[in-house]
Design a protein around this ligand. Structure first.
Ligand SMILES: C[S@@+](CC[C@H](N)C(=O)[O-])C[C@H]1O[C@@H](n2cnc3c(N)ncnc32)[C@H](O)[C@@H]1O
Length: 260
């Protein structure tokens, strides 16, 4: 890392730490937060900690495991959308697991859902970091980023939730085609950041999502990933009827309405 990049990274971390402090101090535990930049007071159930609500309990467990990589608002959306998708036929898939934080949210939603009996959560990752296809000038991340994890660590964090999970360790290009031809999904969480991986996952998984099901891409709206995840999503969804809906959280939601 060059000097300029190191200074920028330090400043960015400082800003992020400051914002986390503001978030915890001003908003956590409050029913109404603030929608920046509109300035409205809005209902913010993702900050309702300590209320005993289902989401705060599930998010709290993921947070305590030390593996969480997504903010409370994004976690809330994942949790709420999964709840609805689970009434449909098909399993859940996550492409991009890293240390298992978002997987833990999905696994808890699955374990506690009234209609989810027999459904499984498929977890796809190299579990050894970003593949060689990552190009930092386009994808922001370089090969090997997110390498500080392993299948054993993720399974240990998941605890009893591991029983409903199927781990597919390796490159998407190898593991996705290894799925049985009849496999269908009601919900896909795509959090792989880089162009080739996001595109590959869409090509393989979108045709296998049940009508009424959903795909959430975690990285769509983040500026540093505009030529990576967002470009890959836009390129893929230009070829099918459904289009990504950009969310204020930075995620994108695609809702399957056509059977093609
Ligand atoms: C941002 S992390 C996922 C974070 C995780 N969803 C969370 O919230 O904690 C992105 C992950 O995608 C994985 N990944 C990216 N491209 C991949 C590919 N082609 N095959 C397998 N894993 C891939 C990386 O190994 C990395 O662990």
């Amino acid at each position: 890392m060059g000097f300029k990049q190191a200074v920028w990274a330090r400043a960015w971390q400082g800003w992020y730490a400051l914002w986390n402090g503001v978030e915890h101090g001003l908003f956590r535990g409050r029913e109404y937060g603030l929608a920046v930049p509109f300035g409205y007071r809005v209902f913010t159930p993702w900050f309702e900690t300590g209320t005993g609500g289902h989401f705060s309990r599930r998010y709290g467990r993921a947070e305590r495991s030390g593996s969480l990589h997504i903010s409370a608002d994004r976690g809330y959306l994942l949790d709420a959308l999964t709840y609805h998708a689970l009434f449909l036929p098909g399993d859940i898939a996550e492409c991009g697991v890293y240390r298992g934080g978002s997987a833990m949210l999905l696994a808890q939603a699955l374990a506690e859902h009234p209609a989810a009996h027999g459904k499984r959560l498929h977890l796809f990752d190299t579990f050894s970091g970003m593949p060689d296809s990552a190009v930092p000038s386009r994808d922001y991340f370089k090969p090997g980023a997110f390498g500080d994890t392993s299948v054993a660590q993720v399974l240990a964090r998941l605890g009893e939730l591991r029983d409903q999970c199927v781990v597919h360790a390796g490159l998407f290009a190898t593991t996705l085609p290894g799925l049985p031809a009849h496999e269908r999904f009601c919900f896909v969480h795509l959090d792989a950041d880089i162009y080739p991986s996001v595109h590959e996952a869409c090509v393989f998984l979108w045709p296998r999502i049940t009508v009424g099901g959903m795909l959430v891409c975690d990285d769509y709206g983040f500026r540093h990933l505009r030529s990576a995840a967002r470009a890959a999503m836009d390129d893929y969804f230009a070829t099918v009827p459904e289009k990504p809906i950009a969310l204020p959280t930075g995620q994108a939601l695609v809702y399957k309405v056509c059977s093609t």
